[in-house]
Design a protein around this ligand. Sequence first.
Ligand code: ADP
Length: 277
Amino acid sequence: MSEECTHDCSSCSANCSSRNEPQDLTEKLNQYSSVKKVIGVVSGKGGVGKSTVTSLMAVMFSRMGHHTAILDADITGPSIPKAFGIKERAMGSDKGILPITTHSGIDIMSVNLLLENETDPVIWRGPVLAGTVKQFWTDVVWQDVDYMFVDMPPGTGDVPLTIFQSIPLDGIIIVTSPQELVSMIVSKAVKMAQMMNIPILGIIENMSCYVCPDCGKKHYPFGQSSLEEVAKEYSLEILGRLPIDPACSEACDKGRAESLVVPEAQEAAEKLEKLLG
Ligand code: ADP
């Protein structure tokens, strides 16, 4: 150890053998892949509609004429193939694993495309889960992708942390429900992204209200939203608010995500496209 060493590598200029440089843990993309922009879709907890919003954003971006992909990193709760009605198994080639392409041209990779039975549970430990997601980045052939949406595992645990470090995200979208905003779970997700220096592109409130199909009156089953306050507190761009829409859950359950018409999601996608430049 050098005599000038202050034991704090971030501020010390001494060149000692124990020097502790910040490590770049980013994984290399498959050599046959090309992905221009990568957007992580995160939520503080499960069940708020993260996968639904991922699907909707991919569908809207694809409709805007971009070659779009979804990397389903929610390994223990993969719901993307079902939303797009994909039944096939992914195949390999000498270049790597090939994603499955949906009717409208969205490339998808998910653990469910590799399991013998899509109903088989994934009972793996954290490092294996994170390792699988890394392989989706390094071993899958993503050809000429303009925008890739990564459906992240919910929460701020070990697996999302490793993914944040290994996949070079251009930014994240935070998906929340009105309840989550109140319970401070969103604040934790925001702070995690800030600590990891990942740009937060914006926030989408899902299930923000229910519009009565008979009288058109808006109801707030999860309470009035505090989206404005939270967005102001953390300087977040509000990308949009999506209502509770039974047609949305039905389309995703029946594999028809590509047929969805959700004007609020379209507006959010247009805002996001502008932000990404
Ligand atoms: P997450 O990925 O956060 O766990 P999902 O996207 O799987 O959540 O959504 C959980 C459930 O809620 C699904 O059955 C989905 O179809 C339904 N859902 C999500 N968003 C909406 C919405 N805006 N309107 C109606 N149902 C929704």
